[in-house]
Design a binder for this molecule. Structure first.
Ligand code: NAD
Length: 352
């Protein structure tokens, strides 16, 4: 099959890890007989330097015309003093909005061999932890009316039924390929938007009799994630609760350089990126872990291209390389480690 991929290398470690992601995709193309066409698109700090805009219109157009967008990371000190509306991250927000990417998927996985990196006790984590947080991305208090004066400010929290229904469907469809369990997280004991959320999620679930749906209040969910994370499989939640819970879930894995994410909309065109930033402190030193980037490519194969076997091949290669003891500095726990390129090469060689 043939696909067009818009690639944003971005800033800091972005170009280094993007290179490894592309190399993994090229290996998949070779082994499975596909063709991937890459369109390199400027965004973030690099685009501000060259075009004075974190997402020039032509870059947005190129993303819209591709089958998927692969983003490494943007941002850095150099652009920190710019007004909020002109900063590198603004380019990403605009891209998500313009592509109407309303569903953010963040897997939080603990690999058995890396359990030492997890801040929780062994008996809490068990042998394996694999949680998928599905966060609504384009509604809620982040997008409601804002206003006020010097003494009082407000941000309006709102959700419409159709927004809740479409994200619930993403969660139920996805849960079908996993354990079939979905935990919807809200604050329905206090918030009107959460009452609507719970009603719509419950009603939508009637069309998915094979799905086991439960509900939990967000304060309890935050506690349960560190008390007994293994009770969760798919967590479905709104924008602000998802922002906080997905960071909490990813941090219990203890390895920011390992975790990918996907942002999806109504069409197959999605955006795939590591959860970490541009890590300016280690840029250009060969210290960046390319695994989050490579696993983001696997998510792209699965969700935008329906290439499940190929996505599995990348994920299995990562597992095999971790099991073999290969480590980049961030996951070496002070022991010996290999470079970004060496880690990338090992994974590529392990793709079957
Ligand atoms: P960061 O995620 O870039 O770095 C946090 C820490 O984790 C640093 O010590 C870094 O060295 C380490 N780290 C991150 N990724 C790593 C990897 N792949 N391998 C090894 N170590 C890794 O967060 P930050 O330092 O708060 O932000 C740096 C810049 O990135 C800022 O300009 C911020 O705005 C931007 N940022 C961008 C995105 C994005 O592009 N989506 C997300 C978050 C932050």
């Amino acid at each position: 099959m043939e696909f067009k991929i818009a690639v944003i290398k971005g800033d800091g470690i972005g170009p280094e890890i993007a290179e490894q992601g592309i190399a993994a995709l090229n290996r998949i193309a070779e082994v499975y007989g596909h063709r991937f066409h890459y369109e390199y698109v400027p965004a973030g700090g690099a685009a501000i330097d060259e075009y004075g805009d974190p997402l020039p219109d032509f870059a947005l157009e190129k993303c819209k015309q591709s089958d998927a967008v692969l983003l490494a990371a943007v941002g850095g000190e150099k652009w920190d003093d710019l007004p909020v509306t002109q900063r590198p991250e603004r380019g990403l927000l605009r891209l998500r909005g313009e592509l109407e990417l309303f569903a953010n998927l963040r897997p939080a996985i603990i690999y058995n061999e890396l359990k030492d990196a997890c801040p929780l006790k062994d008996e809490i984590v068990g042998d394996h932890l694999d949680i998928m947080v599905i966060r609504e991305l384009t509604g809620d208090v982040y997008f409601g009316e804002k206003g006020g004066d010097d003494t009082r400010m407000y941000d309006v929290m709102n959700y419409s039924d159709y927004e809740v229904e479409r994200i619930a469907r993403v969660a139920f469809d996805l849960a079908r390929g996993r354990s079939g369990r979905v935990m919807s997280v809200d604050k329905a004991n206090v918030l009107a938007t959460s009452k609507l959320w719970r009603n719509v999620v419950t009603k939508t679930a009637q069309e998915y009799p094979d799905i086991e749906l439960s509900h939990m209040y967000v304060d309890n969910a935050a506690m349960q994630l560190v008390r007994n994370p293994r009770q969760f499989d798919v967590i479905l939640t709104g924008n602000i609760f998802g922002d906080i819970l997905s960071d909490e879930a990813s941090m219990i894995t203890g390895s920011i350089g390992m975790l990918p994410s996907a942002s999806l909309g109504a069409s197959k065109l999605g955006m795939y990126e590591p959860i970490h930033g541009s890590a300016p402190d280690i840029a250009g030193k060969g210290l960046a872990n390319p695994i989050a980037m490579i696993l983001s490519c696997a998510m792209m194969l699965r969700y935008s291209f329906d290439l499940e076997r190929e996505a599995d091949a990348i994920e299995n290669a990562v597992k095999a390389v971790i099991a073999s003891g290969a480590r980049t500095a961030d996951i070496a726990g002070g022991g010996s480690f290999i470079s970004t390129d060496e880690m990338g090469k090992k994974i590529i060689d392990a793709i079957k």
